[in-house]
Design a protein around this ligand. Structure first.
Ligand code: NAD
Ligand code: DAO
Ligand code: ZN
Length: 369
């Protein structure tokens, strides 16, 4: 079938909206009509060419929502008409990782997903007869996409897809990092580095958890008002200080925060985030994705004296099991999605969403098909 799609033909070049061919779903696969997709910093990272796993040409996009159109042989957990959120972190419930009870990093489709193909090693997308890569197992920048059954969370059809698509990445990542990875408790002090979509979701999670001080840090002060409206008690700009920002935070919090979150992907900021943690027990969660080949540094004594470095992918959330409940929470108003949506654009204007992000003017642009 034909599908309108925004294709990344080459790194560093704008996406091109063209009509691609989408082949029917094979065994264990599902054809989904994407109605809405967010645009995340990670899409921009891959498009820039800095992503070591980035492949071209590709249909990017990983923060979408849509409706099942057709299922391949053997698919039992979804049917045509079901509303779904594609998952870049699958959940097969059978692999060693899924069965461990210790991680959400299902490996069922990991190898082929990283190669930009479906689990059988081939692509369902083509343009002018040449194959186009899939991306993160989701490729939500196409009106029709093919996704593995294990990479789909079935959700309440009453949920507004134009909002809950954000649970496909950014909001879930931030909330999950707070509740699943860090396990923030009432009264804890928290520092959040980077006040984009991920950082704001961390702030929302920290407020849900009853954190005491929630300190937002960003070099763009235009991000502060929204961060404060979502629960930040203090917002600071590292450029306003002539000493390391970690020293400022340690002083503000009588020795450091219980938890810090790096939501940028900057290895120097990752160091500050670790070193603003309280001696003896403070934990820093790395969420941001750094450029290829970059490394983190600190004095080992920082760890010897009780600070902990952790990472979090998709907020530690098992998508098929937990996302339906998070959608219900959003429908009850317990998770707020509306404040994240600063812009809504048609697919034809998707490159403006990247411009707005690079200019620091948007949190999330939702693309309507
Ligand atoms: P974003 O670009 O919207 O937000 C980043 C924010 O950081 C911006 O407000 C920017 O002004 C601020 N910033 C930049 N440099 C800074 C510095 N030196 N000091 C302080 N603030 C600075 O990005 P986003 O969509 O919120 O994503 C954030 C990061 O999270 C990206 O690296 C993305 O790839 C990553 N991510 C990780 C996961 C995961 O599962 N681990 C999921 C989604 C996104
Ligand atoms: O190696 O098993 C694995 C999973 C790798 C994917 C982790 C995804 C988190 C970082 C990318 C940000 C996605 C928007
Ligand atoms: Zn698995």
């Amino acid at each position: 079938m034909k599908s309108r799609a925004a294709v990344a033909f080459a790194p560093g070049k704008p996406l091109q909206v063209v009509e691609i061919d989408v082949a029917p779903p094979r065994a264990g696969e599902v054809l989904v009509r994407i109605t809405h997709t967010g645009v995340c910093h990670t899409d921009a990272f891959t498009l820039s060419g800095d992503d070591p796993e980035g492949l071209f040409p590709a249909v990017l996009g990983h923060e979408g929502g849509g409706i099942v159109v057709e299922v391949g042989e053997g698919v039992t957990s979804v049917a045509p008409g079901d509303h779904v959120i594609p998952l870049y972190t699958a959940e097969c419930r059978k692999c060693k990782f899924c069965l461990s009870g210790k991680t959400n990093l299902c490996q069922a489709v990991r190898a082929t997903q990283g190669k930009g193909v479906m689990p059988d090693g081939t692509s369902r997308f083509s343009y002018e007869g040449k194959p186009i890569h899939h991306y993160m197992g989701t490729s939500t920048f196409s009106e029709y996409t093919v996704v593995a059954e294990v990479s789909l969370a079935k959700i309440d059809p009453a949920a507004p897809l134009e909002q809950v698509c954000l649970l496909g990445c950014g909001v879930t990542t931030g909330l999950g990092a707070v509740h699943n990875t860090a396990k923030v408790q009432r009264g804890d002090n928290v520092a959040v580095f980077g006040l984009g979509g991920i950082g704001l979701a961390v702030i929302q999670g920290a407020r849900q958890a009853g954190a005491a001080r929630i300190i937002g840090i960003d070099t763009n002060p235009s991000k502060f008002a929204l961060a404060q409206s979502m629960g930040a008690t203090d917002c600071i700009n590292p450029k306003d200080f002539d000493r390391p920002i970690q020293d400022v935070i340690v002083e503000m919090t009588d020795g450091g925060v219980e938890f810090s979150f790096e939501c940028i992907g900057n290895v120097d900021v990752m160091r500050s985030a670790l070193e603003c943690c309280h001696k003896g027990w403070g934990e820093s969660i790395i969420i941001g994705v750094a450029g290829a080949g970059q490394e983190i540094r600190t004095r080992p004594f920082q760890l010897v004296t009780g600070r902990v470095w952790r990472g979090s992918a998709f907020g530690g959330v098992k998508g098929r099991t937990q996302l339906p409940g998070m959608v219900q929470q959003a429908m009850r108003g317990e998770i707020q999605l509306d404040p994240f949506i600063t812009h809504v654009l048609p697919l034809e204007r998707i490159n403006e969403a990247f411009d707005l992000m690079h200019e620091g003017k948007s949190i999330r642009t939702v693309i309507e098909f």
